[in-house]
Design a protein around this ligand. Structure first.
Ligand code: HSC
Length: 708
């Protein structure tokens, strides 16, 4: 997007070129219509800003016009500031000044909104004196998601128009508000017919003129902010109530501070405060990380040897083998997208249980107001449960979600090969196994791929699309394009043990166990990762999942802590105890029994325990993952470093403000990662051998992502 070969802006980044076609001014019935056309999303780059400023000045000076309509061509109103300009030398009129220029226009200005008016786009609309929108339009200030705050007056104007509470909510969540709701909140003055926005805005402007209504500046409104004046608790309470949601992020607190300034300070001083806060945030690592993630999410769709016009196969029906937790979760994604699913089980009881779990999940969503009650039935009507494997002869895509065992999977694929229709995509949800080997038992390896969903599959956004060696381009392109349709971020990965996510996770798990043997306690390890920003550490995670997954008393060797815990029937949260003790509300506390076990375990292994600092714990857990990520890149099992970061953010809850492990490596300095890996290779063992890519990057003074 930012490369010189593909300038994002129509008309390039040259400023002040109002003849470039980016902006246009027409006069109709005494109304000046300023149109902006900067595909794909009318981002407010310098050329757009300068163009709009020039058109506004022209309109102001033209005695033949009495009002102005500001409207965008293409699929949307301004989607915001041009994010690619952040961190570069400023050019053109600053957005904040442009908004003020519009607000100071001597004639009423009407914003005509379709698509999404986001960030700087909504700030432009707030500078206009009136706002007309089509019902399908959505408005919002999503800057917080980029680690910044609205920096063109949004934090000062929005509370003046929708009130402090609503503004705090919108600005700290970044939610997109549908136009009808925005109208209720006073943000939109009039809803226009879906197909008649231009005319409706024109008529609205003419009405203003006829009624002698002049400019109405949002900055002059004060009744909605007065209630909160002199009440610091309004802001403190809001911060407290949302502490969980804001944990680790810098931007939300700044957003709250800016809104507080709107209440407490005169407008100009509020604007100055907003500007200071914005500049601090935009220069910080968190915002860099979050902007990087914004583009990385869009980058995953780009596959070098699969151009956008690669033919794809239709996926209008899906078969799923296995109605367990995974199969059921996977099914829900398709049901949500309106794609019918046939789910196959071996026993009626398991099938009934699987279907009832799906229903319960939907009913729980409906109870929380996240789903319309009638949609529960609508979605359930799209799923057919059966014990008849033959039912898989019709779906376009069949996903296998059976027990993780190569022989079982091969058996399933042999049977599937016999009955699936020609051309159907056959996918395995394996989380570790070799998909090439699975494909080899079929007569159609070109149709076989991996589609690795992450538990809970109806919630986690990640889908690893595993590119088996013989899979056809159509099949791979279909799976990659399918991901966003079912609400997933699909990352294309190569065949290797554990693919990208679990392969890196194994490094972390090995070191977590070893740190506990060397001197840390499980809760130390968990705390360090939690404070880093992950939702939980590996031991809390194991307790949640159940320590006895894959364990049996008959085969237990009683060697690892995990095995020892299982033998004691401490099998995790479900048994009230695991690495931690749990109370009736499943609140965890460190267990003295486990503490003693850990001490004994180290002794048994002849290890003299030592004090391990939090910093060392963090490095030992994360640097080996980064090194493994580098090996994955080197082997071509991921296309780019940012794809690895997408896996970790969307599959494992890596904090977005740290940009993913590869971005994080760039921020700590690759030479530091390398030095540690070399040290541990010497002191501990060959599993720490630095990847060649890491070495080469350090020698060349390069980074993994080029974005940190
Ligand atoms: C902002 O506005 C800051 C201001 O408050 C203050 C600034 C002033 C500060 C001065 C202080 C002193 N920029 O998503 P799609 C690209 S922050 C550049 O696939 P969709 C995107 O990368 C901004 N590029 O489309 C992609 O490129 P590719 C606040 C942008 O239909 C292409 O456009 N606004 C861009 O699925 C298509 O995008 C936001 O955060 C941008 N702003 O969704 C909104 N937006 O083709 C960000 C998009 O090369 N945008 N691109 O891959 C979105 O959420 C979505 O793009 C839409 C469309 C929902 C608009």
């Amino acid at each position: 997007h930012a490369s010189p070969e593909q300038p994002f802006n129509l008309g390039g980044s040259d400023v002040a070129d109002t003849q470039s076609g980016v902006t246009d001014l027409k006069v109709e019935d005494g109304i000046a219509i300023v149109t902006v056309n900067n595909p794909p999303v009318n981002a407010l780059g310098a050329a757009v800003r300068d163009g709009v400023a020039a058109r506004m000045r022209e309109a102001a000076a033209d005695p033949a016009t009495e009002a102005v309509v500001l409207i965008c061509a293409g699929r949307t109103f301004f989607a915001g500031a041009d994010i690619t300009e952040f961190g570069k030398p400023p050019k053109g009129i600053p957005l904040g000044e442009l908004v003020t220029l519009i607000e100071d226009m001597p004639k009423p200005v009407v914003a005509a909104i379709h698509g999404t008016a986001l960030g700087g786009g909504l700030e432009m609309a707030l500078g206009c004196h009136y706002r007309v929108a089509v019902p399908s339009a959505r408005v919002g200030l999503p800057e917080v998601k980029l680690g910044i705050l609205p920096g063109a007056g949004g934090t000062q104007r929005l509370p003046r128009i929708v009130g402090v509470e609503r503004a705090l909510e919108m600005i700290t969540s970044g939610e997109h508000v549908p136009a009808p709701k925005a109208k209720e909140a006073g943000l939109i003055d009039e809803l226009a017919p879906e197909e008649g926005l231009r005319q409706a805005a024109l008529d609205f402007a003419k009405r203003l003129v006829a009624e002698g209504k002049g400019p109405r500046k949002v900055r002059d409104l004060s009744d909605k902010v007065e209630a909160a004046r002199g009440k610091p608790e309004v802001f403190a309470d809001f911060a407290k109530a949302n502490a969980r949601r804001f944990r680790g992020f810098e931007a939300p607190a700044a957003c709250i501070e800016a809104v507080k300034a709107a209440v407490e300070l005169p407008f100009e001083q509020g604007i100055a405060k907003e500007r200071d806060l914005f500049l601090k945030l935009v220069a910080g690592t968190q915002s860099k990380a979050q902007r990087y993630v914004f583009f990385a999410e869009r980058e995953v769709r780009k596959i070098p040897d699969l151009p956008d016009d690669t033919p794809t196969l239709p996926v209008n029906s899906v078969g799923i083998i296995g109605a367990g937790t995974m199969g059921g979760g996977i099914a829900m994604n398709f049901l949500n997208a309106g794609i019918p699913v046939t789910i196959v089980e071996m026993k009626q009881e398991a099938l009934d249980r699987g279907l009832s779990v799906i229903r319960k999940n939907y009913e729980a969503s409906a109870a929380k107001g996240r789903l319309k009650p009638e949609d529960v039935e609508k979605r359930m009507s799209l799923i057919t449960g059966t014990l008849d494997f033959e039912a898989l002869s019709t779906p376009d895509l069949v996903i296998e979600a059976v027990y993780e065992n190569m022989d079982i999977k091969k058996d399933v694929f042999r049977r599937l090969d016999k009955i699936a229709k020609p051309g159907a995509i056959l996918a395995s949800n394996t989380s570790y196994l070799n998909v090439d080997e699975i494909a080899s038992v079929t007569s159609r390896p070109e149709s076989v791929i991996g589609m690795h969903f992450f538990s809970p599959a109806n919630v986690m956004k990640l889908l690893e699309v595993v590119r088996a060696e013989k899979a056809s381009k159509e099949v791979v392109a279909t799976a990659v394009k399918l991901a966003p349709k079912i609400g997933k971020i699909g990352v294309l990965v190569g065949v290797c043990y554990g693919f990208v996510g679990n392969r890196m996770l194994a490094e972390r798990q090995r070191e977590a166990n070893r740190l506990v043997e060397e001197g840390a306690m499980p809760w130390d390890v968990d705390r360090v990762l939690y404070e880093f920003g992950l939702p939980m550490g590996p031991f809390a995670m194991s307790d949640l999942a159940g320590l006895d997954i894959g364990w049996s008393r008959e085969t237990s060797k009683g060697e690892t802590l995990r095995e020892k815990l299982c033998e004691m029937d401490r099998r995790g949260q479900k048994t009230g105890a695991g690495f931690y003790d749990y109370d009736a509300n499943r609140k965890a506390t460190p267990s003295p029994i486990v503490e003693q076990m850990v001490l004994d375990h180290s002794k048994q292994k002849g290890i003299t325990r030592r004090q391990i600092s939090d910093a060392e714990i963090l490095e030992r857990l994360i640097y080996p993952m980064i090194n493994e990520g580098a090996k994955i890149l080197e082997e071509g099992k991921a296309i780019r470093a940012s794809d690895i970061d997408m896996v970790w953010i969307n599959g494992y809850g890596w904090p977005v403000y740290r940009g993913g492990p590869m971005f994080y490596a760039d921020t700590v300095g690759l030479e530091n990662v390398l030095a540690r890996m070399e040290q541990w290779e010497r002191e501990i063992g060959p599993e720490f051998r630095p990847s060649d890519l890491l070495r080469r990057k350090v020698e060349a003074g390069e980074t993994f992502t080029g974005a940190a």
